[in-house]
Ligand binder design. Sequence first.
Ligand code: SAM
Ligand code: SF4
Length: 443
Amino acid sequence: MDRTGELMLEGKTFYIHTFGCQMNVNDSEHLASLLLAEGARPARSPEDSDFILVNTCAVREKSVLKLFSYLGRLKEQKERRGSVLACLGCVAQLHREQLLKKFPYLDLVAGPHQYAAVPLLLRNLQVERRVLTAWEKDWVDLPIVPEARESRVSAYVTIMEGCNNFCTFCVVPFVRGREKYRPLPSILQEVRELAGRGYLEVQLLGQNVNSYRDPDSGAGLPELLAAVAEVPGIEWVRFLTSHPRDFSPALIEAMAASPKVCRQLHLPLQSGSDRILKAMNRQYTRAEYLEIVERLQALMPDISLSTDLIVGFPGETEDDFEQTMEMLEKIRFTNIFSFRYSPRPRTAASRLKDDVPEETKIERLIRLQTRQKEIQLELNRRLIGRTIRVLCLGASKKGQLFAGRNEGLQVVNFRSEQDVSNRMVEVRVTGCGPYSLHGQLDG
Ligand code: SAM
Ligand code: SF4
């Protein structure tokens, strides 16, 4: 503590544990930047830290339960060392009362619109335990220093916050608020800085990036993509998450027009049944989804598609589920993220009866994942013998074995005599499993 009664951050250590998606990872990088700017140092584990920050995810019940167990485990450690414990992000926004009751030793509870205020809130903790979940209406630009980024070669760049869609299963609009867009010049400035530091890949992030609009010029995602792809030094540009309803022909053309925009797209389908899509308020039909896929494949025949699928949404029959299975056959995704439906507080679907038995949800998930595994193996086998571009993200502990990913976002493990970490290399594919490709550095 200093003479003003504030906690000092300078010289102290901090540890951030992140639950959830890429947006949360990027938010944690911003948090780390803010703390580094105050003179604090990152620690390797919560045991070594004066400040423990837990950045949370509320999308599925499972991640909330994992968080509760993590916070429970931190009690003893907190008391032993006298560390400060903060719960931040979406669960803080959604369950603040429950958190305070269940974990009375929490020092700070702050929602996703409070990241910028976290250093100040931490400094003032000596005065009072703080709970802050107010919402900001406008975009707040947060600084990010390179040392806070997880990778030296691939960077997340957040372009928008929140979501206006209100899919009936989803808690995001209730925890992240309405859409706010980051000004295009600020995005470009960050991408130029990244390129200047040797970053080769940027991933533009938002919950619903297709509705991006520059607040000043009104430029949309197609214009933003074109501008980012022109930044010298950047080799690969990706964007996620896309919503099929807002996926315009102009965006498909913008992707096809630039070889720097990866031939890869994550396009959440959620269900193959029109009846369920309607109940989910997704605002597209399976035919419309297939039409987008056809257009994408017509202009970019080698495009890799991945998706999110939910099984066991209220009222999902065997026939509805079969229609989701059919979509796997028709589209042949390179990867899927599949989830059992779980009701989330405040959402419209939570008022429906969660009537698909848990055993049925598990059985459907297993069928889905088993078929998808076969499809992935078939797709991966076709790459054997080919030479592909790989962004090498690092070496395995044993050395000589490196890991990276290709343009299609598939994991590639390969052998190389020299250290090629953080470089774009050519790899000859010699084998594969359903979840990764194996190979040898070419040349
Ligand atoms: N914005 C993206 C979109 O439009 O699809 C995804 C956002 S959400 C963070 C990521 C995924 O979690 C969703 O695509 C969905 O498949 C899954 N998800 C969201 N709410 C869920 C729930 N209540 N139960 C199961 N899975 C859920
Ligand atoms: Fe949630 Fe739907 Fe918004 Fe995605 S588009 S964040 S699923 S409400």
